[in-house]
Design a protein around this ligand. Structure first.
Ligand SMILES: Nc1ncnc2c1ncn2[C@@H]1O[C@H](COP(=O)(O)OP(=O)(O)OP(=O)(O)O)[C@@H](O)[C@H]1O
Length: 303
């Protein structure tokens, strides 16, 4: 089997998918080594889901190559090498958790024991419960058990915690973390920088169909550690404020200027030199949306 030939868990080259005028995925290259836990991060519409759907063989790329342990995604799913977590649905109300996972296990030639998959997903105590009587968080962990019962080397999860509350989210990630701890590879998408920071070794940031940053979480986090300077600046226009040194985006809202800066000291000095009437100056950390804007290079100058 190709899993033994040393091929990376995932290898993607030149991946593209266009919908009408929209370049949903616009030339993505990505290699995920065995044992890595990688977060695919990005704002709405960045192309994360489209990338993942191609990686797991649900949609066909317009161009590009995808190999999972050296074989096509469909072969990898068939061989049980690639675990995919089903989205919403996928559970039958009248069927118990144990029966559901056993059914999936029966489709594979070398599944992990059902009890082990249930335990790893944190639902061992729910084996006899019918799906209709599960909470949203429990359902999601059952879907996780369905994804890992084939004993996959690579698990791909598209926003696995999107519909979950904080507690269910934490429980889900604990299960995922334990799975990754067994040397398996995980690729998951998320909107949440803090989920990437807490659970991934590496972050791949997408924007407008492209990869705009890729590296260890600490390196990508360092890049987003910009600041905001806000001040009341009588008569200033966003276009002009945007030309201050170190400013990556400038807005004027309700008379307050809001500047995103790489170097707030430099920006402040020049702001006060050019606008001596500026007052009520505050310096703060960038929010997540601001961080995305900065990383994705979207220098916005709006008034
Ligand atoms: N089936 C489709 N038909 C038309 N356009 C699509 C289709 N699927 C995705 N798109 C478009 O492709 C772009 C990328 O969408 P995609 O869902 O991959 O992004 P995403 O990063 O997963 O976003 P989100 O975080 O909101 O799920 C978006 O502009 C989206 O509107």
């Amino acid at each position: 089997m190709d899993i033994h030939n040393g091929a990376p868990a995932l290898s993607v080259a030149g991946l593209r998918k266009t919908y009408g005028e929209t370049r949903a995925v616009d030339g993505v290259d990505l290699v995920v080594g065995r044992g890595e836990v990688v977060a695919l991060l990005g704002p709405n519409g960045a192309g994360k889901s489209t990338t993942i759907d191609m990686v797991v063989g649900l949609i066909r790329p317009d161009a590009g190559e995808i190999a999972v342990f050296g074989v096509t995604p469909r072969e990898a799913v068939r061989e049980g090498l690639l675990g995919v977590m089903p989205q919403e649905g996928a559970l039958l109300d009248d069927v118990t958790v144990g029966e559901t996972v056993a059914l999936i296990a029966s489709l594979h030639s070398a599944p992990v024991p059902v009890e082990e998959a249930l335990r790893r997903a944190g639902v061992a105590g729910l084996a006899g419960r019918r799906a209709a009587r599960l909470s949203g968080g429990q359902k999601q962990r059952v879907r996780f058990a369905m994804a890992l019962v084939s004993g996959p080397g690579l698990l791909v999860l598209d926003e696995p915690t999107a519909a979950l509350d904080v507690t269910a989210r934490r429980e889900f990630w604990q299960s995922m973390h334990a799975f990754a701890g067994t040397g398996r590879t995980v690729l998951f998408s998320t909107h949440h920088l803090e989920e990437a920071e807490a659970y991934a070794d590496r972050v791949v940031l997408m924007h407008a169909g492209r990869v705009v940053a890729d590296g260890p979480v600490s390196a990508v986090m360092a890049e987003v550690s910009g600041r905001t300077v806000t001040a009341t600046v009588p008569g200033a226009r966003a276009e002009d404020l945007g030309t201050l040194p170190g400013v990556t985006a400038a807005h004027v809202r309700e008379g307050r200027a809001e500047l995103h800066c790489a170097d707030p000291d430099l920006t402040l000095r020049e702001l006060l030199a050019r606008y001596p009437d500026a007052c009520d100056v505050e310096v703060g950390a960038l929010g997540l949306e601001d961080a995305f804007l900065r990383l994705t290079g979207a220098v916005e100058v709006a008034g």
